[in-house]
Design a protein around this ligand. Structure first.
Ligand code: GLA
Length: 395
């Protein structure tokens, strides 16, 4: 079915306050929000010290909070209708309640950063589709982090909080993900995409063209191997760097390798590692070219770069699935579509499509028809503008 348009923020905050009152018998003292994301281009480049170009979507996670004095954390998800509880003196990952680990990990790392948390009651409500590859976990981490910092009365740069949340994924949840998802959730600006250099963490907001929107189509495919396949790609990239260092001793990451260098030295690499490296090196160049083209108003070039990115992720990086390929092909045939590609880690998840606003309903019809013909069910689709990053909505 087509995505449901979320209720306005005020109504969602009021509903969450009610939920909080019913769960914990008191009103929250703060409410924070943080958005999910789609990446326009720059996939599997963040953990290679490269460039990414994501936007925040207008689907977000709200976290309402109130301090406690007994070092207990009580967490309730209205979205999942589940509760979980732990003590700040014994923070371990939960096997039965894996959804709570994003917040558990956060409380551990905030404590390690000497953010004094007295304990907290927390309630979550999210309009970010879960498991669709649009970073519902980063939205939860960033919203919960913003709320917990407010409870502790501590100010932290959003980029520092993003890095802390990335540690939660890497060291607590066990996915070796890069910095992109948390960073865009924290630092997004409405109507802009964000060009991020994942090595220096320098960033620039780049205006998106007026009268254009972003379409998101979710394959509904959830691959059980996402974490292991993702981590395997990282290992292959590291192997590429190690072998190339024999002839290019100054490189630290694939970010430092030019397409020309790679072409000259590709024979040093096992075939698969050569293809993985070719994707990353080419993708970094594509991000910078796409940002230039966008600034020059050359949308046709942006679109071609998005399609080339998808083909590279399909053929060289091997992280697409047929469902993603069908959605991209169907989008390509629609008048007014600028470009389309898979977004996020892959192995399922969603596509991102940049298009003229007036193309949106035709895009939705076309991708749904093509997908249904091939797979016998429709994908979930929604249209979004570029939204702003995490913040407090009640304090
Ligand atoms: C996932 C990770 C990100 C990034 C993308 C691929 O979304 O969380 O850090 O690596 O995959 O670009």
């Amino acid at each position: 079915m087509a995505g449901v348009t979320p209720q306005p923020l005020v109504a969602r905050v009021a509903a969450l306050r009610d939920v909080f009152g019913r769960q914990f018998g008191a009103a929250p003292t703060v409410v924070a929000r943080a958005p999910g994301r789609v990446n326009l281009i720059g996939e599997h480049t963040d953990y290679n010290d490269g460039f990414v170009f994501p936007i925040a979507i207008d689907r977000d996670t709200l976290v309402a909070a109130r301090p406690r004095t007994d070092r207990q954390v009580r967490l309730y998800s209205d979205t999942l209708r589940r509760a979980s509880q732990w003590s700040l003196d014994a923070i371990e990952p939960s096997r039965d309640q894996p959804w709570s680990n994003y917040v558990r990990g956060l409380t551990r790392f905030l404590e390690e950063e000497e953010v004094a948390l007295p304990g907290a009651d927390l309630a979550i409500a999210s309009s970010v589709p879960l498991g669709a590859g649009v970073s519902s976990s980063a939205a939860l981490e960033m919203a919960a982090g913003t709320a917990l910092l407010a409870l502790a009365g501590v100010e932290m740069e959003p980029s520092t909080l993003a890095m802390l949340c990335q540690r939660v994924e890497n060291q607590f949840v066990g996915v070796n993900s890069g910095i992109m998802d948390q960073f865009i959730s924290g630092l997004a600006l409405a109507d802009h995409a964000l060009l991020l250099d994942c090595r220096s963490l320098r960033y620039e907001h780049v205006a998106l063209p007026a009268d254009h929107v972003i379409g998101v189509a979710d394959t509904g495919v959830k691959h059980g191997l996402v974490a292991s396949e993702y981590n395997a790609r990282r290992v292959e990239c590291d192997e590429g760097v190690r072998r190339l260092q024999e002839v290019l001793p100054d490189i630290r990451a694939l970010r430092d390798v030019s397409p020309e260098h790679l072409a000259t030295h590709a024979t040093l690499l096992p075939e698969r590692v050569a293809r993985r490296s070719r994707h990353v090196v080419g993708e970094n160049a594509r991000v910078l070219a796409a940002v230039d083209a966008l600034r020059n108003g050359n949308l046709a070039a942006v679109g071609e770069l998005m399609y080339t990115s998808h083909a590279s992720l399909r053929d060289d990086y091997e992280v697409t699935v047929p469902e993603l390929d069908v959605l991209v092909d169907a989008a390509r045939g629609v008048r007014g579509v600028v470009g389309s590609r898979m977004t996020g880690g892959g192995f399922g998840g969603s596509t991102v499509t940049l298009m003229e606003r007036r193309a949106a309903s035709q895009w939705e019809r076309s991708v749904r028809r093509a997908f249904r013909e091939r797979f016998g069910r429709p994908p979930a689709t929604f249209i979004t503008a570029a939204a702003s990053g995490a913040g407090l909505v009640l304090s």
